[in-house]
Structure formats: structure tokens, C-alpha cells
Design a binder for this molecule. Structure first.
Ligand code: MEV
Length: 324
């Protein structure tokens, strides 16, 4: 039996613009997707998703929720390692701390934790780059035209600056800025594929969108310079950059009235900055907050009844949690 975990993520700066080649900055969260694999006597491969409440057996039609894992990860591993898993005697169970389609990279976290679990179980040689490659195959199935940032952060953890490839340019922060991230759920499922398509349609019609993308890229660069200062980073400035980034995302049409409500709720209750994070429309809203203000904002969030996480930054990326 073995269990792996992969962190979920939040995009601090630069979503959507990252699809067009501009830098984005993502942080891994202290919230996880897990895969547990155990041996079974039955000669088959079964995958159970707790969150989607479904089970798939090798050979059956693949439910769309499991297509990324089956057609991205399993197929790639079967091809590259010349194995057939239809008689493997494997029961894999996937579960997570946050619901699927919430915008915190559950789909990437799923592919990444599943890939590590399967490679470990098969006892084959691998490295993190290989996990990332398979998880990117899976992301292409779930999102159509992903930049690759979600799988990359789930594999490596920490805070990354990411420019899409091939090959992607990735920089990792060497000294960490202590950030308290607050994530509030809009309770509206996000749809990355749809949001990316909407932005692409808008860009095809209005040339100004390219300038907006370039401005988002500049914000990400400026934020990166600040984050590289580690302990000395100006958190207030990062907050303001987040607010500006949010305004530009709204102009791309990926905000919504619920997102705006939460963005302003956070700003009015002690957050230094707030923005939508990930694809938008639904999903989560991100804020940064000083440690001293956490207690107060929690009280307010509880009074309104929002569902939220307060998270620090995961440093290790995908990991084997247990093996026996
Ligand atoms: C989704 O988490 C982030 C987007 O920029 C899409 C992508 O990068 O693939 C909206």
C-alpha cells in the first residue's frame, strides 16, 4: 500500500496572460490531493474518485472526470514503460482536501499525485520532470490548451515564476516571503476550458486585449522582483499589485458578481490585496493578509458563512507520504 500527495495551487499573478506567453506566479498550498494504491487479487486496475463518487475498471468506458488520468497518465506510462496495466491487480483511490473544479488545481493535483503513486508502485525509474510530463498530458485532456503552470506547481511546490514552453521557463524562489494566503470559495464551479476560450474569443475581436495581457505580464514581473526579496518583500505592494491584476482580469470578462463581492469583502476586512485566482467566473478568490489580521477576518468570514482556507506555502511539491 502507498499514499502520495500533491499540493493544490493558487495563481498569485498572471493567469490567462500566461496562456499567451507572459509570466505568471503560482504558489503551492498546504491543501492536497492524495492517491492511495493497494494491491488486489482481482487481475484488473480500478480507480475510485471519492470526490466524484465514481469507480472505473480497466476496459470500461472512461467517465469524463477520469479521462485525464486514464488517457493522459495511464496511456503514457503504458507506452513509455512498455507495460499493460489491464491485469495489474491495482486499486487506486483519489481523494482531496478541497472539492473538484474549485480553481485550486485539483485536476493537476490529481494527475500529479496519481502519476507518482503509479510510478512508485510499478517501481520504475522516474524523476519529477517525468511526472510533470505525464501530468501535462492529462491537463491537455482536461483543459484543451493549458499553459502547464498547474501541473508544474503541483510537482515542484514553493513559489514559481512560469513562462509557458515548450520548453517552459521555470524559476523557483530561493528565499521565501512569509505570506498568509486566504482563499474564499465562490461556490460556483469554474470551467477553465470555457474561461480560456472566452478570453481567446475576446482577444480575436479586440486588439487592446494584447495590451492588457502585456500589462498583466508586467505586474507579474514586478511582483516577482518583490517576492525575490524574501523576508524584506513589501507585502503591501504585493497587495496593491494583486488589486491591479484583478482589475485587468475583470476587463477580460472572467470575473463575476460573486467574485467581486468577495474581492471587496476581503479588502474591506483587512486583506492587503485580493483577486480572482485561476480561470475565474467561479472558483476561489485569493487575498493576502498580515498575520495580525487573521483572527479578525476569520470571525467576519464565519459570520457571513463563506467557506474558506487560510494556507501557508507548501515547499516540497508532490511527495510519497506512506509506503508499507
Ligand atoms: C488556470 O489555473 C490558469 C489559466 O491561466 C489557464 C492556464 O494557465 O492553463 C486560466
Amino acid at each position: 500500500m502507498l499514499i502520495t500527495s500533491a499540493p493544490m495551487k493558487t495563481i498569485l499573478f498572471g493567469e490567462h496572460a500566461v496562456v499567451y506567453g507572459y509570466p505568471a506566479i503560482a504558489s503551492a498550498l498546504d491543501i492536497y490531493v492524495y492517491t492511495k494504491i493497494r494491491k488486489i487479487t482481482e487481475p484488473t486496475l480500478i480507480i475510485k474518485s471519492r470526490e466524484y463518487n465514481l469507480e472505473w475498471r480497466y476496459g470500461e468506458p472512461v467517465p469524463k472526470e477520469l479521462k485525464p488520468v486514464v488517457e493522459g497518465v495511464i496511456k503514457s506510462i503504458e507506452r513509455d514503460f512498455d507495460v499493460k496495466l489491464h491485469k495489474a491487480g491495482i486499486y487506486a483511490e483519489i481523494f482531496s482536501d478541497a472539492p473538484p473544479a474549485c480553481g485550486l488545481g485539483t485536476s493537476a493535483g490529481t494527475s500529479v499525485s496519481f502519476t507518482l503513486a503509479l510510478l512508485k508502485y510499478l517501481d520504475v525509474h522516474y524523476d519529477k520532470d517525468l511526472i510533470n510530463k505525464y501530468a501535462f498530458e492529462a491537463e491537455k485532456i482536461s483543459h484543451g490548451k493549458p499553459s502547464g503552470i498547474d501541473n508544474t506547481i503541483a510537482v515542484y511546490g514553493g513559489i514559481l515564476k512560469y513562462i509557458k514552453g515548450p520548453p517552459p521557463k521555470i524559476e523557483q524562489l530561493s528565499q521565501m516571503t512569509p505570506l498568509n494566503l486566504i482563499l474564499v470559495d465562490t461556490m460556483i464551479p469554474k470551467n477553465t476550458k470555457k474561461a480560456v476560450m472566452m478570453v481567446s474569443d475576446l482577444r480575436a475581436k479586440y486588439s487592446i486585449i494584447d495590451n492588457i495581457m502585456a500589462s498583466i505580464g508586467k505586474i507579474a514581473e514586478e511582483a516577482w522582483r518583490e517576492l525575490r526579496k524574501g523576508e524584506d518583500a513589501d507585502i503591501e505592494k504585493l497587495g496593491t499589485l494583486m488589486n491591479i491584476n484583478h482589475g485587468l482580469l475583470s476587463s477580460l470578462g472572467v470575473s463575476s458578481s460573486k467574485i467581486e463581492e468577495i474581492v471587496h469583502f476581503l479588502r474591506n476586512n483587512g486583506a492587503l490585496g485580493s483577486k480572482l485566482t485561476g480561470a475565474g467566473i467561479g472558483g476561489f478568490v485569493l487575498g493576502i493578509i498580515r498575520s495580525e489580521a487573521i483572527k479578525e477576518i476569520k470571525k467576519k468570514l464565519n459570520t457571513v458563512g463563506y467557506r474558506y482556507f487560510i494556507s501557508s506555502i507548501n515547499m516540497s511539491g508532490v511527495k510519497l507520504l506512506k509506503q508499507k
